[in-house]
Design a protein around this ligand. Structure first.
Ligand SMILES: [Zn+2]
Length: 491
């Protein structure tokens, strides 16, 4: 059985690298920062520019969907950027792959410590520095460039393709979940698989496929001890102090090794199967390099496997801050009248946010009552909690990624999870019920949210080939008889 050749596609990618770099340069130059009011027009311009290329150059049918006003600005004078819903091909004999990405970026200023102006793509040897280069303009343009390569070389694209591109990812994806729900049976009605390129390799040398993300639930614990702040010289002693209550309560949440002490929170953590255990060997990860990279004085575990497991498959609890507490330099002898302590728990599969939320609240209530303080303690958790996501990596969406990685890189990819949360993954996965893969383009040291964000040219180039190979391999794995029929008709 002859299979689709990507030789011409790969050659086109090699021959057009300078155009592709120019395209990324133009995209980086648009300051599409979603978190600031003054850049909203830039985000909209960014969405329109990409929509125009998709429609006019790549022949896609594009719906630039207006999401109305941004509820984050109560004055009602800020527009949300539109979401791009685009389709290429509508052949009922082909499966449909839907690709998600985002075109907004985090803020960046030269004064943050950038070597080069963040919104001017600067190329030094193999590295392209610029805000959005790796998160997520490079990968999104990479998918579009792959499609261009198919089209310009008259190589037939074996799947129907769809794109969901948003401009609010770095600001909580406002409006997107509602749109996905609305379009569940319409735009997403015939989607078979979902691919997302918005994360990174585990290290710097080996590609990976990502099959899991942790969820998150966020807690606020408010303790009120008086009507107004008091002076410790006058009232220290007879007063039950809010800050002391919060600190005492928080000391019962985790131990020094990061183990969660709240009863039953760990009960729902899934047992480690031998199959999952095997995935932790041979990964492109060195804990000494990791420790150096993040600049900490020590780690709570002693080997690679446990370090990764603690980041990926076990819940973790972090204390983030205290509102109302004195924090400036120097000595201040205030007794704050009200303090709100904040912490979050990264959730893992089988941990339902509601259940964990209730366990934590029960624990806080119990500890507070045992302490016997008359202060008013109000614990709450966020409504925007998100569940963990665990893809089925024995599925074609992963097998195709495995084969495509072998095609392009001559190596089996690492199978990784991420400790963080990408809520849109859960939304897409749960709303459409379709299998999803995270297939990254960039490396672990790309610095997506920090200064000197970069994308290696080699990653950009290989990434485009990987995406082309992915479409080919996914089609081959899932077409069955439909594929044979198509092949005969093609000849
Ligand atoms: Zn991103």
């Amino acid at each position: 059985m002859s299979s689709l050749s990507l030789d011409a596609v790969n050659q086109y990618i090699d021959d057009n690298m300078s155009n592709f770099k120019d395209g990324l340069r133009d995209a980086v130059a648009i300051k599409s920062v979603s978190s600031t009011r003054e850049n909203r027009e830039d985000v909209i311009r960014m969405m329109e520019a990409v929509a125009s290329r998709m429609e006019n150059s790549l022949g896609m049918s594009v719906d630039l969907r207006d999401l109305g006003l941004d509820p984050n600005y109560p004055d009602g004078d800020v527009q949300l950027p539109p979401v791009i819903l685009a389709s290429l091909g509508n052949d009922p004999n082909k499966k449909t792959l839907c690709i998600y990405g985002h075109l907004d970026v985090m803020p960046a200023e030269m004064s943050d410590g950038w070597y080069y102006p963040p919104f001017e793509l600067t190329i030094v040897d193999d590295i392209m520095y610029g805000r959005g280069s790796t998160d997520d303009k490079g990968p999104v343009l990479g998918w579009l460039n792959s499609i261009e390569a198919f089209q310009q070389t008259n190589t037939s694209i074996p799947m129907n393709l769809k794109f969901v591109l948003e401009g609010m990812e770095e600001s909580g994806s406002t409006g997107l979940a509602e749109l996905i729900e609305e379009e569940k049976d319409l735009f997403f009605g015939n989607v078979d698989f979902i691919a997302i390129s918005d994360n990174y390799w585990l290290g710097t040398s080996k590609p990976c496929l990502t099959y899991g993300l942790r969820g998150i639930i966020y807690f606020h614990v408010k303790v009120n001890c008086a009507d107004s702040d008091l002076h410790s010289g006058s009232h220290g002693g007879p007063v039950y102090e809010a800050m002391s209550d919060v600190v005492a309560m928080f000391s019962t949440l985790i131990d020094e090794k990061g183990n969660i002490l709240i009863p039953h929170v760990n009960d729902s953590v899934r047992e480690l199967t031998p199959e999952e255990d095997a995935l932790y060997y041979g990964l492109d990860f060195d804990m000494n390099v990791y420790q150096e990279e993040i600049g900490v004085h020590g780690l709570t575990t002693s080997d690679e496997k446990n370090t990764l497991m603690r980041r990926w498959r076990y819940p973790s609890l972090s204390i983030h801050g205290f509102e109302g507490a004195f924090y400036g330099p120097g000595d201040k002898t205030v007794i704050p009248h009200e303090v709100t302590g904040k912490f979050s728990i990264r959730l893992v599969p089988d941990q339902e946010p509601e259940d964990i939320g209730q366990l934590v609240i029960n624990h806080l209530n119990y500890v507070h009552s045992q302490r016997g303080s008359p202060n008013i303690m109000t614990p709450t958790y966020s409504s925007g909690a998100s569940r963990a996501w665990l893809g089925r990596f024995e599925n074609p969406v992963f097998e195709a990624g495995n084969l495509a990685t072998l095609d392009v890189h001559n190596v089996e990819p690492d199978y990784t999870r991420e400790g963080g949360s990408i809520p849109v993954v859960i939304t897409l996965y749960e709303t459409t019920g379709k299998d999803c893969v995270l297939i990254p383009m960039g490396r672990s040291d790309d610095g997506p949210h920090s200064q000197n964000e970069k994308l290696n040219i080699t990653n950009f180039q290989a990434g485009m080939k990987l995406f082309a190979a992915y479409i080919k391999r996914l089609d081959e794995l899932t077409r069955g008889t439909g594929r044979q029929a198509r092949q005969t008709s093609k000849i």
